[in-house]
Design a protein around this ligand. Sequence first.
Ligand code: GRF
Length: 203
Amino acid sequence: MKRLGVLLSGRGSNFEAIAQNIRVGVLEAEIAVVISNRPDAPGLEIARQLGLKAVALSSKGVGREDFDQQVAAILDEHKVDLVVLAGYMRLLSGAFVRRYPLRIVNIHPSLLPAFPGLDAQHQAFDYGVKVAGCTAHFVDEHLDSGPIILQSAVPVLEADTAESLSARILVEEHHIYTEAIRLVLSGRWNLEGRRVVMQTDVN
Ligand code: GRF
């Protein structure tokens, strides 16, 4: 069974959706550890309630490299196969990213490469796009820039506010993140340049 290490900083709804999909058998994996750099993150409490190993590791005042090394030590201790960022509001050091090549995934609430960074849904709404969405991608050394695994488009409706749009995007995030993790764990893909290409059956 493949082991996931979840890093989060806040609400934890993507993490909760993944945990739920594991529970009902949609995703074959186990969550080995959940780590939050914010001790008061609601996601950490959800992890505890689910009986998962939950670690609060405050990043306040700790240098990036030092902190990432502490996180990596916990991930390695729990023999994690895939690092799953789920609302992790901290940039990763280059050393951390290089330690887990193509073994860190993230979910971002825009159709990348449009609107990287914070508040992507608001950025897209204010820009006036007609189609918004979300992206599950591998993490490289730059912000929201690694190879794309899956995307889902969400139309912007006339009556939308940034909040109503964000809520519909979040529903899609919960779907595609589990699916992206499933695809990655299957190992049935290749990286061709930046393209994540799924292997097809030949028989
Ligand atoms: C989501 O919008 C995700 O795309 C972004 O951070 C938010 C986390 O939400 N990376 P949650 O903590 O999973 O509810």
